[in-house]
Design a protein around this ligand. Structure first.
Ligand code: ADP
Ligand code: ADP
Length: 223
């Protein structure tokens, strides 16, 4: 079942003092429900631009986007630097979307607590962000993105700022969460290793202009 589909997406940035930048050209992509897809490619090949367009944070110059869940659903985002509210504890930060969306039901908080446990944060619910390691903060921001029923989770180099050991650790945690929630995930990374470890499919992009060069199916047993 298709979750999301992009047809002929192009994106050109108009710059004030230099020539236009064609960030994306001719992007065609179908994403199926429950897939874990990584996007890799050199710096500047349009990975972030593509993710932002899919997430509705930016508009494409050409082409169409189709979401199975209706128009412009709000998708869960995790960025490299998780911005947590410093005066709110882990549970309040992770549950912030429930508050904003006014869906603070008992049921949703029960799901939130399950996710916090799955992410190994059950003993840190009352901790403030400054008391957490970098890896723990990213885990809070993953739970936050999953706290409401977003149809897709978009992650832009979520572990790019972490050391290698923490990163490996979080990759395993993320797979555990993915296995339980069966959420469709689109994951941007610099690391081929990380992409192959996590994904069902790896989208390889090439720069100038940003295009999909190749889509590789990964068929490795999951840990
Ligand atoms: P990646 O995430 O693969 O590094 P980006 O999507 O960030 O690539 O950028 C793709 C291209 O678009 C790059 O050439 C970049 O300089 C350019 N670009 C990205 N954002 C903007 C912007 N807001 N204005 C102008 N050019 C941009
Ligand atoms: P991660 O790999 O998720 O970044 P760390 O390697 O930083 O986690 O920490 C591993 C474990 O150490 C955490 O799951 C937590 O139990 C504990 N820990 C890390 N930072 C703190 C802290 N500031 N206070 C208490 N315990 C911590």
């Amino acid at each position: 079942e298709i979750s999301f589909s992009a047809k002929n997406i192009g994106k050109t940035y108009h710059n004030l003092l230099k020539d236009d930048t064609v960030a994306l050209s001719d992007i065609n992509l179908d994403i199926y429900k429950g897939e874990f897809i990584s996007i890799i490619g050199p710096s500047g090949c349009g990975k972030s631009t593509l993710l932002r367009i899919i997430g509705g944070l930016d508009k494409p110059t050409t082409g169409t986007l189709t979401y199975s869940g209706g128009e412009n659903p709000e998708l869960g985002f995790v960025f490299q630097d998780s911005v947590l509210l410093p005066w709110k504890n882990v549970r309040e930060n992770a549950g912030f979307p429930l508050k904003i969306k006014k869906i603070e039901t008992e049921d949703n908080y029960k799901k939130l607590d399950e996710l916090l446990e799955l992410a190994g944060l059950e003993d840190f619910k009352d901790s403030l962000p400054r008391e957490l390691s970098g890896g723990m903060k990213q885990r809070v921001s993953i739970v936050r993105a999953l706290s409401y029923d977003a149809p897709m989770l978009l992650m832009d180099e979520p572990f790019g700022a972490l050391d290698a050991i923490t990163r490996d650790h979080l990759n395993i945690e993320l797979l555990k969460i993915w296995d339980k929630t069966k959420k469709t995930v689109l994951f941007v990374t610099h690391s081929i290793e990380e992409a192959v470890f996590l994904s069902d499919k790896v989208i390889v992009m090439s720069p100038r202009p940003g295009r999909i060069k190749e889509i590789v199916n990964i068929d490795l047993p999951r840990p």
